[in-house]
Design a protein around this ligand. Sequence first.
Ligand code: GDP
Ligand code: MG
Length: 177
Amino acid sequence: ADSFDEECDYLFKAVLTGDSGVGKSNLLSRFAKDEFRLDSKPTIGVEFAYRNIKVGDKLIKAQIWDTAGQERFRAITSSYYRGALGAMLVYDITRRATFENVKKWLQELRQFGSGDMVVVLVGNKTDLGHSREVSKEEGNSVAETEGLCFMETSALEKVNVEEAFMHMITKIHEITS
Ligand code: GDP
Ligand code: MG
């Protein structure tokens, strides 16, 4: 029932953003294919995945774009964000620097994305609680200040991944319908 050309009522584009190594590609593969890779390869350029989701009686095809969080990607930044209705901004709770860069990614989102984009801030890798460097409260506080939704996830243990994507997709649906 998840075939590519199934009739859908809406097609949404959403993007993943955040530093390299925070778990963007694994969050997406967990959501789209229920797969996780320990030895993940860096994303080269842009990749995307689809998943069809029922919201009420509507069938939504979510097209989610993924990229390496590297500076060399900057040349295609504007086309990456073009038309995106949602963004998942990911940091790694065990690497404080990735959290400190959230502000930088937000600037980029606001510069290249549309003003009413739904942004979900995601603190990933909660399974590594023993090496946590960013508290949940800190994540929540930045999200509140910046007007974002917030969730902590583990792509490895499958915690909150579905919820985070579904939250973004249902909010987009609310805004656009
Ligand atoms: P990306 O560069 O943001 O796309 O990050 P990747 O998805 O490639 O993940 C980077 C590394 O973190 C890989 O070794 C993954 O196996 C690992 N990783 C991703 N998500 C999690 C998670 O939730 N928990 C743990 N422990 N490792 C994770
Ligand atoms: Mg990647």
